[in-house]
Write a new protein. Structure first.
Length: 609
């Protein structure tokens, strides 16, 4: 075995690299024919970066770093940037942008796995093309009448950004609407749909509604149904508004055992308009494929919260898109003001055309100055750790509570889940059981440890058995909540979907899932990757909201614990947040901001090729 292989295997044994990282590094070493460690280390580090959610490895971030080699009680020094760059550019497995080789090193010293470089390039090009595409001028006479009906004059906001966002969708093929919980992202969707269909006149548009998970799709669907009921729209307009939402995988046409979809550039989606909710959950690969599958005339409308956690997979697409979108070009700003009658602030001026497609909603209709959750979210989002800790300590607000040292989070969980389990014992209707279950949730920052998902799921289960709320007999006990952890295209169940084990009409245990099409029963024997879900990670909770949330933080600091995770976890709650911070790590987490490495922001906003 060569010295380089021995080095990699030692680092693998220490947990620095995974099996995949090491296999990829060995392969690159064999293909390159080089004996030095620079190629293999770069390959292993790039593979590891991808598994950690980064799209690329910035060499400047890791060059000259020291890797601990515990087997020899020594340190391994990574090359300097200039030396490393020189070695990599000499390798046959590493090429410049545009070459088709396993690894791509760009001019900014970002090292990519080829497929992620390709995804990023295609996504950036697709978004910029959409943003630059001009649409036919709007028909002002009927539009003005409908705008007044859908967006009545308001005195509580200086600018009605919901109204502005709706008009942008008429003028642009790409619209991104970002905003925190309660800012009206989903409620504005129906108004957008009404405007689009009215302007389409005698040729109604084909419109698709989608979200990354089944739960998020169901929420979008119910929000649209509720909003339609609140608006006084004509029968023809109402019937032209779609009332069904689907998962992105279903929309795109998943293929069994394949990373590709039925719909792509050569077989585009059969829709004029695609609206996607919870866009922050979409990784660079999936977003690139969605944009590629749009028809040549298609519009894309993305809804999401740019401040939330990035996707589980690689990239932080919504954050990168919205990173510089703080205004409109002068010409477009005037056009918007003419159509909407709103006074766009003069200081909101950008020179980038992409900025015309981005609107941020900031006025929360759910969290006002009387809401502790809203106040806490603002402080966390701005990195104000001292302000957040002070807010929790002074007990000013009834909707936020920091657990004291003598309060057990397991006891709170047992009380929280008791409602749905009692309904289950009374054989209540499925919708009542699911509604009660979704009223409360335990969210964890991490998976492992006593304060993580694994430890709390076990402790909560034992507590529920002790109190007689569930049976301790067998894995498939009635009332067991399930979380799907891997896409199963055959069952049409996807990562993040939630189910509950219940007895069917003949007493058989079945796993029931709430989907946009209703409740579906699946035999437990058919389920593949899943886990108990009394407690779930904040990552897995994205796309969901609950009336009451218990957010449990680990007892020790963790590099993965940042303000984005705290913000996402606490804003899953509509009405009541309890926070367990027994290790006093909240302040450290709020001060830490987690960034995903990618070149998408540069491609979109700086023209970096």
């Amino acid at each position: 075995m060569s010295t380089v292989d021995e080095l990699l295997d030692r680092l693998y044994a220490q947990g620095l690299f995974s099996d995949l990282d090491i296999h990829f590094a060995h392969l690159m070493g064999r293909l390159s024919g080089k004996s030095g460690p620079e190629i293999q280390l770069a390959a292993a580090l790039t593979s590891r970066a991808s598994s950690q959610g980064h799209v690329c490895l910035p060499l400047s971030d890791v060059s000259e770093q020291q890797l601990a080699d515990t087997s020899s009680e020594g340190m391994i020094s990574l090359p300097s940037l200039s030396d490393w760059r020189k070695k990599l550019r000499q390798s046959v497995v590493i090429g410049e942008p545009g070459q088709r080789v396993p690894l791509i090193l760009d001019q900014a010293d970002r090292l990519y796995l080829y497929r992620y470089w390709d995804y990023e390039q295609k996504l950036a090009a697709g978004l910029l093309e959409l943003a630059s595409s001009a649409l036919t001028a709007v028909d002002n006479a009927p539009l003005n009448e409908l705008l007044l009906q859908l967006f009545p004059a308001r005195e509580d906001v200086a600018v009605n950004w919901q109204k502005v966002a709706a008009v942008v969708t008429l003028m642009k093929r790409l619209t991104i609407i970002s905003g925190g919980p309660g800012t009206g992202k989903t409620s504005v969707v129906v108004r957008i749909l009404a405007l689009l269909q009215q302007q389409a006149a005698d040729k109604p548009l084909g419109i698709a509604l989608a979200a990354p998970t089944g739960k998020a799709a169901a929420r979008l669907q119910s929000a649209i149904a509720a909003a339609i009921g609140e608006l006084d729209l004509g029968a023809d307009l109402i019937t032209s508004i779609p009332d069904r939402a689907m998962t992105l995988h279903r929309l795109m046409g998943s293929r069994r055992d394949s990373i590709y979809f039925r719909h792509d550039h050569s077989n585009p989606l059969p829709y004029d308009v695609l609206i996607i909710d919870e866009a922050s959950m979409i990784d660079v690969a999936l977003m690139a494929k969605v944009v590629d599958a749009l028809p040549s005339h298609g519009r894309l409308i993305l809804l999401g919260d740019k401040n939330q956690l990035a996707s589980v997979e690689s990239g932080s697409v919504l954050g990168d898109i919205c990173s510089e979108g703080s205004g409109f070009t002068a010409a477009f700003s005037k056009q918007l003001a003419d159509v909407t009658g709103e006074k766009i602030p003069e200081q909101m001026v950008s020179e980038k055309q992409l900025a015309d497609s981005i609107i941020e909603l900031t006025h929360s209709y759910r969290f006002d100055h009387r809401s502790g959750i809203g106040q806490l979210a603002d402080r966390v989002n701005s990195g104000d750790a001292d302000g957040a800790l002070s807010l929790l300590a002074n007990d000013t607000f009834d909707d936020i509570h920091l657990l004291s040292s003598d309060e057990d989070p397991v006891d709170l969980a047992i009380a929280g889940y008791g409602v749905y389990l009692k309904l289950l014992k009374r054989r209540a209707p499925l919708k009542d059981i699911f509604k009660a279950f979704d009223d409360f949730r335990v969210l964890c920052a991490l998976r492992e440890g006593e304060q993580g998902v694994s430890g709390l799921n076990d402790s909560i289960f034992k507590g529920l058995v002790r109190t007689g709320l569930v049976s301790g007999a067998g894995l498939w006990f009635a009332g067991r909540p399930l979380l799907i952890t891997q896409n199963d295209h055959n069952l049409k169940l996807y990562n993040g979907d939630i189910g509950i084990v219940l007895n069917n009409e003949v007493g058989e245990k079945m796993a029931y899932f709430e989907t946009a099409d209703g409740y579906r029963a699946v035999s437990p024997a058919r389920l593949s990757s899943h886990e108990t879900a009394f407690a779930m990670t904040v990552h897995k909770s994205q796309g969901s909201e609950f009336n009451r949330v218990l957010l449990v933080l680990p007892e020790r600091e963790n590099p993965l614990l940042g303000r984005e995770l705290i913000y996402t976890g606490l804003t899953r709650s509509r009405k009541m947040l309890a926070l367990c911070d027994s290790g006093r790590v909240l302040g450290v987490a709020i001060r830490q901001q987690i960034r995903r490495s990618s070149g998408l922001k540069a491609l979109l906003w700086e023209g970096d090729k």
